[in-house]
Design a protein around this ligand. Structure first.
Ligand code: KPL
Length: 311
């Protein structure tokens, strides 16, 4: 029997799987691609830590169709737009004893999390740590950062002890983790960081830290984050005091990182633009708040995705 299942073997999924495995947990990785799952089961995961040390994790891996009884804790590490499909597959296997933890950028997955696993304890989380993948089952951790988790929706059937169990698992795996009552504030705090970093790095083809050296990028970052902040405050979300200062701090802490959106663009995969800047645009329009900068960023990233420009 496994202790945890991780759906999605991207950078965050592999990082989590390898670190959980290093802490003595039995982990199963679920991939939608059978060939890649077989490759992961055969070769495991190679994790490179920020100090250059490495760890080779042996993990079980399979496709979802082969899973009959998921372990008590399931981490959803697919992209925001993949959460509804992953939960749809998982749903028949979930029980009231299951805890489902969603660790995505943006806010596009929250409705699916709230609706598709009503009998289980559903948890949303965000992590400020960065990672990038250098190949199948190869992940480079870049920059430490706190992980914050909490029941989502707030009235989800989660005894606080169950959130603590997940937090203890993450801490044992070396991820500094805090638990909160209202996770929507931290989710939006992270959203605003991603609003300021991800699209710009994807458009400029640069590492997170390089944004701070470019006056135009700094200006656009400030304007995009200010628009998002106004949307959040209008919606009454409990975000932190200075989202721009947080964004700049994350840029510095993950300066060597290649953002997830730039990784997606380089690999010609769909990005999370709709769940990040796109979400700010939609909500801003709904509430009559100007969101021109986020709209410009979203449209340009969509143009990149459509292959109008190459990296
Ligand atoms: O979350 C991230 C991402 O790349 O998606 C940041 C915080 C920007 C780190 O790279």
């Amino acid at each position: 029997m496994h202790d945890a299942m991780i759906i999605g073997p991207g950078a965050v999924g592999c990082l989590l799987a390898a670190r959980l495995c290093r802490s003595g947990r039995r982990v199963i990785l679920v991939d939608r691609d059978p060939e890649r799952a077989a490759n992961l089961a055969e070769h495991g995961i190679l994790l490179v830590e920020p100090d250059g040390s490495t760890f080779h994790a042996r993990v079980a891996a399979s496709v979802m169709a082969a899973v009959t009884a998921p372990p008590p804790v399931v981490f959803l590490c697919v992209k925001s737009m993949g959460v509804a499909a992953a939960l749809g597959q998982l749903r028949p296997l979930l029980s009231p004893a299951s805890t489902v933890v969603a660790l995505q950028n943006g806010i596009g997955h929250l409705d699916a999390l709230a609706e598709l696993a009503p009998r289980s304890c559903t948890v949303a989380g965000v992590t400020a740590g960065g990672a990038h993948s250098t190949g199948v089952g190869q992940v480079v951790a870049a920059g430490a950062g706190i992980t914050t988790i909490g029941a989502y929706p707030r009235n989800a059937s989660c005894h606080p002890g169950r959130i603590e169990t997940v937090a203890a698992m993450l801490r044992a795996a070396g991820l500094e983790t805090e638990t909160v009552d209202d996770v929507l504030g931290p989710v939006w705090d992270k959203l605003l960081v991603n609003v300021g970093i991800n699209a710009l790095t994807a458009l400029l083809g640069c590492r997170n830290g390089e944004l701070l050296e470019n006056p135009w990028a700094r200006e656009v970052m400030a304007a995009a984050v200010a628009e998002g902040e106004r949307v959040a405050r209008t919606l009454g979300i409990g975000i932190s005091a200075d989202p721009l200062a947080r964004t700049v701090a994350v840029c510095r802490a993950t300066s060597a990182n290649i953002s997830s959106m730039l990784q997606d663009v380089r690999r010609r995969r769909p990005t999370e633009i709709e769940a990040i800047n796109g979400a700010v645009v939609r909500l801003g329009r709904e509430h009559g708040i100007p969101v021109a900068v986020n709209e410009m960023l979203a449209r340009r990233v969509i143009a990149l995705e459509q292959g109008l420009a190459t990296h």
